[in-house]
Design a protein around this ligand. Structure first.
Ligand code: UD1
Ligand code: CA
Length: 455
């Protein structure tokens, strides 16, 4: 049966005590809802419907081109009412999978299992056994172990509250029947709401088989209602991602202090020091070492390259055996060949450095093409911006740029050229020659430093 996913995201999230709508609160740097949508996509559904309400336009605007059907639930009258809002757009022969925008860690494998158990005359709900089930709806099974209904905590009696198996809220059901059950829901309960789980009673009455799939771990179905739970979910996710990498052979000095937020591919014997953050698409070659406090986003680090402490690298690629940092910043468009050294307080942007070139201290290299074995002295600046446009600097192989050089682009330095320290270079510097731009040093004999006259 084709699949339609319905994601409930209309709740206000009062307990977040935040101006940001709950489903936009960041987990691993991205909105909670983005994680749920990503997982839903892995199931190849015919459509994804998001029920939104609180924070309405802001939620929609956060997903401008995601191919999502947005349905407004103007008034939050309960989970059953929320799902009903999407039903007009869902054909009878679909399976409906209900997800929560604030339950971000659920795994695709679990959802595939859940949907595979729902059919024309079967419904499957995801349950979990929790050490502290307070607050949740409890799964009530009959004497033969079959699911009979779900009772909300607020509506439950003493005996029912002792049950540890809870409803996670996620379920899969045949669309045609679900439509009927939802339309017939009442709101005669403690909260005066239309409860989605009340469909279970209707299903049982219709002779539809109801199955509860027990989630493999409680972590997977953690819901996020406040900042404490947000931090718990962040920690659970961090732990899971670090575990994956360690299983694949990566050395992580302290898995509690590494954040893997994107898609990371590691070669063999990679080492991640403490407080490393990896975001977006990151590729780390064999034996790459990422030093403490470094943040890498959308980049590729070559084999045997060492990124020392506190580097920020984004949109850059490095070759093998490079040494970067400590305290270096590689910005988008940086391409380092093999054995390049970029040292402390060096910023590189939209610049290529050829094999064996070095810029070890206090330098800005922007919009430059730098050949092989170039030595860029401390305090060198490519003056690439004239206030309106960016201009390129080109430096040939083997050039030596003396410390404190200003290269006013567009400008060219030839191969094996030497630039004297402190020069401001505005014209081409020929290959193989010494070019310097410096006023002559003078000494004024007999000059006296001014001093205060005694009072
Ligand atoms: C719900 C379940 C409960 C389950 C628990 C798991 C019902 C009646 N109860 O309770 O059995 O144990 O989840 O966390 O379903 N939402 C809307 N529109 C609404 C109401 C809710 O979009 O009108 C969304 C919320 O944003 C949230 C989700 O649905 O993402 C669950 O709503 P919530 O109010 O948190 O349900 P619970 O009372 O916790
Ligand atoms: Ca909840």
């Amino acid at each position: 049966m084709p699949l339609s996913v319905v994601i409930l995201a209309a709740g206000q999230g009062k307990r977040m005590a935040s101006d940001l709508p709950k489903v936009l609160q960041p987990l691993a740097g991205r909105p909670l809802l983005a994680h749920v949508i990503d997982t839903a996509r892995l199931l190849n559904p015919a459509a994804i419907h998001v029920i939104y309400g609180h924070g309405g336009e802001r939620v929609r605007e956060a997903f401008p081109d995601a191919g999502i059907h947005w349905t407004l639930q103007a008034e939050q009258l309960g989970t059953g009412h929320a799902v009903l809002q999407a039903m007009p757009a869902i054909p009878d022969d679909h399976t409906v999978l209900v997800l929560y925008g604030d339950v971000p860690l659920v795994r695709a494998a679990t959802l595939i299992d859940l949907t595979s158990r729902a059919g024309v005359s079967s419904l499957a709900l995801l349950s979990a056994v929790l050490p502290d089930p307070a607050g949740y709806g409890r799964v009530i099974r009959d004497t033969t172990g079959r699911v009979a209904r779900v009772v909300e905590h607020k509506d439950a009696n003493h005996k029912e509250r002792a049950i540890a198996e809870v409803n996670t809220g996620l379920l899969a059901a045949p669309a045609g029947k679900l439509r009927r059950w939802l339309s017939a829901l009442g709101r005669d309960n403690a909260q005066g709401e239309y409860y989605l789980p009340d469909c279970i009673v209707a299903a049982v009455r219709d002779g539809v088989a109801v199955e509860a799939v027990v989630a493999a771990s409680a972590t997977e179905v953690l819901g996020v209602n406040d900042k404490l739970q947000l931090a718990e979910v962040e920690a659970a996710r961090r732990h899971a991602r670090a575990t994956e990498l360690m299983r694949a052979g990566v050395t992580i000095v302290d898995p509690a202090r590494v954040d893997i937020r994107g898609e990371v591919h590691c070669g063999r014997d990679v080492v991640l020091e403490i407080n490393v953050i990896l975001e977006g698409k990151v590729r780390l070659g064999d034996r790459a070492r990422i030093g403490p406090g470094s943040v890498l986003r959308d980049c590729e680090i070559g084999a045997d390259t060492e990124v020392r402490a506190h580097c920020v690298i984004e949109g850059a690629t490095t070759g093998s055996r490079c040494v970067i940092g400590p305290f270096a910043r590689l910005r988008p468009g940086t391409k380092l060949a093999d054995e390049v050294h970029v040292g402390n307080f060096v910023e590189v942007k939209n610049t290529e450095l050829g094999p064996g070139s070095k810029a070890n201290h206090l330098t800005y290299l922007g919009d430059a093409t730098i050949g092989a074995k170039v030595n860029v002295g401390a305090g060198t600046v490519t003056c690439n911006y004239d206030g309106a446009d960016k201009h390129r600097t080109t430096i040939g192989d083997g050039a030596f740029i003396g410390s404190g050089t200003m290269l006013v682009a567009p400008v060219t330095v030839g191969a094996d050229a030497t630039i004297g320290a402190g020069s401001t270079i505005t014209k081409p510097a020929p290959a193989g020659a010494l070019t310097l731009e410096r006023s002559r040093q003078q000494t004024l004999a007999g000059w006296k430093r001014p001093s205060k006259k005694p009072a």
